[in-house]
Design a protein around this ligand. Sequence first.
Ligand code: BMA
Length: 315
Amino acid sequence: MSKILGSPLKNIPWQDKPAGYPYPVWRYTGNPVITRDDLYFANSIFNSAVVPFQDGFAGVFRVDTRTRDHTLVTGFSKDGIKWALNDKVIFPGYDPRLCEIDGKYWLSWVNLPPHGSTIGIAYTTDFETWTQLEDACYPVARNGVLFPRKIGDEYMLLIRPCDRGHTPWGDIFIQRSPDMTYWGKYRFVMQPEKNWERTKIGAGPTPIETDEGWLMFYHGVLTSCNGFTYAMGAAILDRDEPWKVLHRSGAFLLAPHEQYELVGDVPNVVFPCAALTDAETGRIAIYYGGADTVVGLAFTTVDETVKYIMENDIV
Ligand code: BMA
């Protein structure tokens, strides 16, 4: 039995795995949990981040507006399924990730200075007031994902260096910092290996600490004659030196299959950005963008996922 090293979360959103379902990750039957109609100024609401907050949940949501600008708004929920989104934009940018470190909720996202995309960093304690730090990467990177605690005495940020456009390549790296401002001591983590992720990969939700190592869900991109297809994979990284990949599934864990993943503004996309975990039961609830249009929810357990990674291990 694998274990999540973390806090219990009794109110984690959950549905049992359907009988006979053969795969390690299964979808919420009420998907999508957020649609493009949930905010009046939205063109689409997708790739979004959530964390436990007070007696429920808070989140930062990617809203592409009706002028097709990329923006982030906050939202709150009692059950992690029905969300009330605010209409005040907190930052321009996209693909947020959230994690709590020592009582502060840290947001990392793709910020958009004039020269391209980089990783914005900000924190809040109440989801009302935000303190923004210097951008964490120059010149250009996406998929900036913080580890949820210092490792040794350093903060660690997964990044995916890129170009200014729809980058046709991409590997995952780690950069380290004593203070969330000065970053360096880069390490290579991993690059595409299998066909489903052949074009590029990028970290997804905040890594989950387990007794096997850091469980990292990530997205991988396949280029077909019809464009990109985004699917979700998983790897286990060393707990002390997380640039060391201990295990990695050669097969994806979730790929576009349902209508809201196959059809939308960008077809054939599942893009995970957040995971809630319950250390007591090992349950994991994953939030992901569907077809760059809606937010979906999927479930697994640490046991199911670790077993699948081990069965399909390519390390
Ligand atoms: C990536 C990011 C994601 C998006 C994906 C598919 O480059 O921009 O936000 O979901 O492309 O369009």
